[in-house]
Write a protein that binds this ligand. Structure first.
Ligand code: SPD
Length: 383
């Protein structure tokens, strides 16, 4: 087990050495690399650490707390999809230390040698993890990543839309069937701008596996999407909760559980004791996903990245993240610090019988990726 220097002494020492340069991630900077161990074998932290995460996916106070406590400057940047993250790393971007890929993207990144190996014995807070999230299929021994947050991909809809009061959206038909969309599309529909999630929901709607690589099934999904696209107002998975849902710019969205819960709690009215956004898992089924904390293969600040990873798994830090993002935490020890209304919200923490109906997205291989890319290009390029 590594001995971390978590003492105030180190904070003062590092602060005295001066912080690293601000701006984008800095690669190959000797001053910002881990400085190795001191005479007692304790790890010295780097001056800075570059963290690349999904948009709106952390309580930034937890970043500030880390910086203030350990004297490490965090260079924080965000992305909108797993594919954006992959493209950035494949384009040779170096300097990113800690990243947060989802399940299937972890498999892809392992295959492409983009991740550093870890040993969970070096991470005391790994013991906080709920056993059901230890050794997920895409990283069976947690040799690369640890769980961060999890959720589902379903439908969010506005409670004040009359049509939904009589017809609560309980099927993917509400997103994909033109006859259904006719009824409310004028009030705005958003779908996730995500090359696996949108086809995944269309495939589930058609009764297919969201990981299929069968070209006929993928063509059918493409056609369903193309027929529905004229009814959709926006493709947004980055800030749709804050820019479209909460201000009521759309009536319905394909959405991630936490983002819809964020809209619910941010439209919550104390008088009616209700929010204006509801979430449903369609009867045909849905995707569940697990986002993870991983260290890039190109990091030059491995020990600091590992130290940050351990910090993020602290029970109170993990709870603060969930209390801010409204996504479920795989950190069992965090539960006592999570707000009761979030813990009791079944759209965030679905009961086991609902969880049993959900499926993971998985890696689809080189040929499959080519087919999904083709589908996505057809969808995005059509008028
Ligand atoms: N607003 C942050 C959302 C991050 C959700 N990750 C979802 C991954 C689904 N494949």
């Amino acid at each position: 087990m590594k001995k971390w220097i978590w003492s105030l002494l180190l904070v003062l020492l590092l602060a005295a050495c001066g912080g690293g340069p601000a701006g984008g991630p800095s690669a190959d900077s000797e001053e910002s690399s881990d400085t190795g161990s001191d005479a007692s074998g304790e790890v010295q932290l780097a001056d800075e650490l570059s963290v690349y995460n999904w948009a709106d996916y952390i309580d930034e106070e937890m970043i500030t707390q880390y910086e203030d406590t350990y004297g490490v400057d965090i260079i924080y940047d965000t992305y909108a999809s797993n594919e954006d993250l992959l493209a950035k790393l494949q384009a040779g971007a170096e300097g990113y230390d800690v990243i947060f890929p989802s399940d299937y993207m972890v498999s892809i990144m392992i295959d492409l040698d983009l991740l550093s190996k870890i040993d969970t014995a070096d991470l005391p807070n790994f013991a906080n993890t709920d056993p059901q999230f230890v050794g997920a299929p895409f990283d069976p021994n947690n040799e690369y990543c640890v769980p961060y947050q999890w959720g589902t991909t379903g439908i969010g809809y506005r409670a004040d839309v009359e049509f939904f009061q009589e017809n609560p959206p309980d099927s993917w038909a509400y997103v994909f069937d033109p006859a259904m969309l006719e009824q409310y599309a004028d009030q705005g529909i958003n779908v996730l701008n995500d090359p696996r999630e949108l086809p995944g929901s269309a495939l589930i709607y058609l009764g297919y596996d969201p990981n299929t690589t069968n070209p006929d099934e993928l063509n059918e999904a493409r056609d369903v999407i193309l027929a529905a696209k004229p009814y959709w107002k926006t493709f947004n998975s980055e800030d749709y909760d804050n820019t479209l849902l909460i201000p009521g710019e759309v009536a319905l969205t394909q959405g991630w559980s936490g983002d819809v819960a964020n809209a619910y709690w941010n439209t919550y009215d104390d008088e009616t004791e209700d929010g204006n956004w509801y979430y449903s898992i369609p009867e045909e089924g849905a995707v569940k996903w697990l986002d993870n904390i991983c260290i890039t293969a190109s990091t030059e600040r491995y020990e600091t990245a590992l130290h940050f990873m351990n910090y993020m798994m602290d029970a109170e830090v993990a709870a603060a993240v969930t209390n801010f993002t409204y996504y479920a935490s795989p950190n069992e020890a965090a539960r006592e610090f999570i707000l009761p209304e979030i813990l009791d919200d079944q759209s965030i923490f679905p009961p086991q019988d609902v969880q049993d109906k959900l499926v993971w997205l998985t890696e689809v291989g080189e040929e499959g990726s080519f087919l999904y890319d083709e589908l996505w290009t057809a969808v995005k390029s059509s008028q």
